[in-house]
Design a protein around this ligand. Structure first.
Ligand SMILES: Cc1cc2nc3c(=O)[nH]c(=O)nc-3n(C[C@H](O)[C@H](O)[C@H](O)COP(=O)(O)OP(=O)(O)OC[C@H]3O[C@@H](n4cnc5c(N)ncnc54)[C@H](O)[C@@H]3O)c2cc1C
Length: 414
């Protein structure tokens, strides 16, 4: 793999950009791999990358039914933060946030990490108590967040309306090193690095069955034929229930559509990410100038990558009261993704009842921010059978009642 650098950009500019290599290969599948990962979203690709980088396991295939990054990874609003309440969550999200800080250097690919800061607005007394509690918990966990009053919110976001018609802004939970990154670039950067290690990323190839023998996984059936493996990672977000069924177990998950929209590009007007969870909308400004707006999940299970129309109205109404200037903006695009929600709003990173088969899912509305930490922990779990980062997120917790309740941090917020 040729190194990307300022020198390479200058060299290619001089020869009309004829010397760039394809960022990753598109091979036909081999008969057998040590590890197969199903799903070339951020979590699947990051798992493959850290298997290779941290454990030297490079005979790996990542199998994707569509195009890489075309699932939720390429559809999300890219908020990165780690101010969760419970210790295991803070640990994995903070690990991820820390890895994001120099992921561009690690992957030699500009993922455009922008630690511009994230505010979660408190608009009710209940939210003030919830966020102050989170700020105290984060202080004990070594995660840098702080509670700020309404004047500081106004300083950080001059376009905000503190005296909304329904709910005033009473303060907020502020994480200064939270922010955003370019979602496609995260998937592309990991894919390029995996391909450079000799791993095969096989796109347009759907897994249609999981094969097992004596209680252990031995391979998968795909639209490009059967492929054998020693270990299997299922990392397919909203389609986890279907893959689990193929592997012979059930998951405590619901699949629902979550949607987002972007406006026409405008001049820079907001340089932090703001989430207003009571009125239910959140917004940031992309580098192109578009206002990136996220809403809520549909209240019923579905697989439409669109979402229902009334949510657009609700979300825009919420944001117009919080940022009146957006009432004059035209909206350009709207889309949805299928998110996988657990009852305690925490993910599942776990061994499964099928030997050699592992699952990573349940990130719901908030897994983009976790990609590097999740990949790191999942690779450790798959390579060694144990990871301190993933231990609390095992499937057993639902049988044993060890819930990791993140309904304040992740029930609505992303
Ligand atoms: C509108 C929206 C906004 C969001 N905003 C945020 C946010 O601001 N911050 C945040 O942290 N998170 C956010 N999220 C959540 C985040 O996008 C997801 O948690 C994360 O991207 C999940 O990544 P993944 O790799 O697990 O799944 P995906 O990116 O969905 O990848 C799974 C892949 O598996 C493939 N697949 C499925 N079935 C098969 C099969 N049978 N065979 C082969 N391949 C298969 C799919 O095609 C897909 O590419 C948002 C999500 C949405 C939809």
């Amino acid at each position: 793999m040729k190194h990307y650098s300022a020198f390479a950009v200058a060299r290619e500019a001089l020869r009309y950009h004829t010397g760039w290599e394809r960022a990753w290969r598109s091979p036909e599948p081999k008969k057998r791999y040590d590890v197969i990962i199903i799903g070339a979203g951020g979590h699947g690709l990051a798992t493959a990358y850290y298997l290779g980088k941290n454990y030297g396991i490079q005979n790996v295939a990542v199998i994707e039914k569509g195009w890489l990054g075309g699932g939720n990874t390429g559809r999300n609003t890219t908020i990165i933060r780690s101010n969760y309440l419970q210790d295991p969550s803070a640990a994995i999200y903070e690990k991820a946030r820390g890895l994001y800080e120099d992921l561009s250097q690690d992957l030699n690919y500009n993922i455009m990490f922008s630690p511009r800061g994230v505010i979660m607005l408190a608009q009710t007394q209940h939210e003030i108590r919830g966020y102050q509690r989170t700020a105290h918990a984060n202080a004990l966990q070594g995660v840098k967040t702080e509670w700020i009053g309404p004047e500081r919110v106004k300083e950080l976001v001059p376009i905000i309306n503190l005296d909304g018609p329904r709910y005033p802004v009473l303060g907020g939970l502020w994480q200064e090193r939270g922010g955003t990154a370019r979602h496609d670039a995260v998937a592309w950067g990991y894919a390029r690095a995996c391909s450079a290690m000799g791993m095969d990323i096989i796109q347009q190839c759907e897994v249609t069955g999981v094969r097992s023998q004596d209680g252990r996984v031995v391979g998968v059936d795909t639209t490009k034929g059967a492929i054998d493996c020693d270990k299997l990672g299922i990392v397919v977000a909203g389609h986890s229930g279907q893959l689990a069924e193929m592997a012979g177990f059930r998951l405590p998950l619901e699949a629902v559509a979550l949607q987002a929209l972007v406006s026409e590009p405008i001049k820079p007007c907001m340089d932090v990410v703001v989430m207003a969870n009571t009125v239910h909308g959140y917004m940031s400004q992309s580098d192109k100038g578009e206002m990136v707006i996220g809403g809520g999940t549909d209240g019923f299970n579905n697989f439409t990558q669109r979402g229902s129309f009334h949510h657009i109205e609700e979300t825009v109404r919420a944001l117009v009261e919080t940022f009146p200037m957006i009432s004059r903006l035209k909206m350009l695009r709207q889309w949805g993704g299928i998110v996988d929600m657990t009852g305690d709003r925490s993910p599942i990173l776990s061994k499964t009842p099928l030997g050699g088969c592992f699952i990573n899912c349940g990130w719901g509305t908030g897994g983009f921010k976790a990609i590097p930490g999740s990949g790191w922990g999942m690779a450790q779990l798959m390579a060694t059978g144990h990871s301190p980062l993933t231990e609390a997120f095992s499937l057993d917790r639902f049988k044993e009642g060890r819930f990791i309740d993140e309904s304040v941090a992740a029930g609505v917020a992303h």
